[in-house]
Ligand binder design. Structure first.
Ligand SMILES: Cc1cc2nc3c(=O)[nH]c(=O)nc-3n(C[C@H](O)[C@H](O)[C@H](O)COP(=O)(O)OP(=O)(O)OC[C@H]3O[C@@H](n4cnc5c(N)ncnc54)[C@H](O)[C@@H]3O)c2cc1C
Length: 452
């Protein structure tokens, strides 16, 4: 391993303390469960308002999805309901490095959804109306224009859906940098600190119980990513959530074959700040069947039909693991969150082989380039592929922000601002009503518009 080409960036996302905290706060205005991009961005915006906030993370900052994603920051191809939040998020990303004084690798070189058939060209063209409504500048380009942007590609493309103002950032840097920015504004970040549960008084949150003791508070945000459904279930709150596993690889620095982010049926690829590429298969996600698949499956029917080509269903040890996991637990003994400090699924080896094959074929100049690191991440999905953000109706003071599906990294800072507004009562200007949890239970038509 050398410094310019380290082999474990995914495992090294946080340069703060990894050991349990010496002490925890006895009280806070707000306690956030989860140190992913959603939790720390919310903490940053709260701390900027002078609110006393503590983030509890069972493992390390960005240890799960927020440090394992592709690094795409995109407006293109989004659900209409997410557009106001992502537009605001882009504004924040553009000024982020100046504001926090840290490098997060943010740059805008466009996103391309490359089409290999006329049908795909037509399908992508339908996305332009939504983008126009929000002034995003998404347009269709032909094969000649695409070739100028992607000189090293031999994908037989007809053209692409293209948004020049879309970008990327480095997941192993961004969330930790935002966490440090939050700390500099007064937030407390506790790593190796699992939250076991909540104590209540007269239907109102009264404290958060961590493995190191309780923190008195009347306001909690559960931003626990893939763990949210389990955590909420222990409180009697049902959050439909299914997980899909994405396998990703990172190459050594190599020839410049494109400068933006490109996606097609075979490959999802973006240039990295270190001169390498983050690559995955364009359309491949594993869904390990669990009891939740049966519990929530019907609600996911439309999402499944939309993403049918991408999702491969299998059954393995995940079924028995979830089956035998406790639904509730005592708050003064080890909880499931301490047992899995960092959810670190194994990458799918056959997907890694296909990634190798597709990189070599679609980008011949990269043929044989060393794959320096590979990993997987569990993406949490909702039935309509947009998040849940709300103050719950059944437990006063308890809030949920989850279900960012496969596109929560880019929207993270904007979501953090909106959620901080919800928690503090200071209007962020972003309407959250489309994200209420009750939409899954009150007869609202579940309408996914965009894939994971
Ligand atoms: C392979 C892959 C590719 C992706 N590509 C992209 C992309 O290119 N662009 C994009 O925008 N998005 C992408 N995403 C999605 C994006 O990464 C997520 O939507 C986003 O990171 C979610 O952030 P989060 O903070 O909600 O969750 P997470 O980052 O998962 O954070 C949740 C945290 O909560 C902690 N936690 C859970 N329970 C407890 C507890 N009881 N006590 C204390 N801590 C707890 C966990 O340890 C975890 O660190 C991708 C995701 C994956 C996995």
């Amino acid at each position: 391993m050398n410094e310019t080409n380290p082999q474990n960036l995914v495992a090294k996302t946080w340069t703060g303390p990894l050991e349990p905290p010496q002490s925890i706060s006895s009280a806070a205005d707000v306690v956030i469960i989860g140190g992913g991009i959603i939790g720390v961005s919310t903490a940053w915006f709260l701390a900027k308002q002078g609110i006393d906030v503590v983030v509890c993370e069972k493992g390390h900052i960005a240890g799960e999805q927020s440090g394992r994603n592709w690094g795409w920051v995109r407006q293109q191809g989004r659900d209409t309901r997410e557009m106001p939040m992502i537009v605001e998020s882009m504004r924040i990303w553009r000024g982020l490095e100046d504001e926090i004084g840290e490098d997060v690798g943010y740059t805008e070189h466009g996103v391309f959804y490359a089409a290999t058939t006329d049908e795909q060209m037509n399908e992508y063209a339908q996305r332009i109306d939504v983008a126009d409504e929000f002034g995003v500048g998404t347009r269709m380009i032909d094969a000649n224009e695409l070739a100028k942007h992607v000189p090293g590609g031999t994908g037989n493309w007809k053209g692409a859906l293209y948004t020049a103002s879309d970008g990327r950032a480095e997941p192993h840097k961004a969330t930790s940098a935002i966490a440090r920015a939050a700390v500099s504004k007064g937030a407390k970040i506790l790593t190796s600190t699992a939250v076991r549960g909540i104590e209540t008084a007269a239907g109102q949150v009264s404290s958060v119980v961590t493995e190191h003791g309780a923190i008195k508070t009347s306001t909690v945000l559960c931003a626990a990513g893939a763990w949210t459904s389990m955590f909420c279930r222990s409180l009697g709150i049902t959050v439909p959530q299914l997980k899909v596993r994405g396998t990703v690889a990172r190459t050594a620095p190599s020839a410049s074959v494109l400068d933006g982010n490109l996606y097609d049926d075979r490959i999802g690829i973006r240039r990295r700040q270190d001169g390498g590429y983050t690559v995955a298969l364009g359309t491949y996600l594993d869904h390990p069947i669990t009891p939740s698949t049966f519990r929530f499956g019907l609600k996911y029917l439309r999402a499944f039909l939309m993403d049918m080509e991408s999702v491969r269903v299998s059954i393995g040890r995940e079924f028995t693991e979830e089956w035998s996991a406790p639904k509730t637990w005592s708050l003064d003994a080890e909880s499931p969150f301490e047992k899995t400090r960092v959810l670190d699924p194994k990458p799918n080896q056959s997907v890694l082989k296909s990634i190798r094959h597709n990189v070599d074929n679609v980008f011949p100049q990269l043929a044989g380039v060393e794959i320096v690191e590979s990993w997987a991440g569990m993406i949490e999905t909702t039935p309509d592929i947009i998040p849940v953000i709300e103050q719950t109706e059944s437990l006063r003071g308890f809030h949920i922000a989850t279900g960012f599906n496969g596109h929560g990294f880019g929207i993270g800072p904007g979501a953090g601002k909106a959620i901080a507004g919800l928690l503090s009562g200071n209007d962020s200007g972003i309407d959250l009503k489309e994200f209420r949890l009750s939409r899954f239970f009150d007869g609202t038509l579940i309408r996914p518009q965009a894939g994971v």
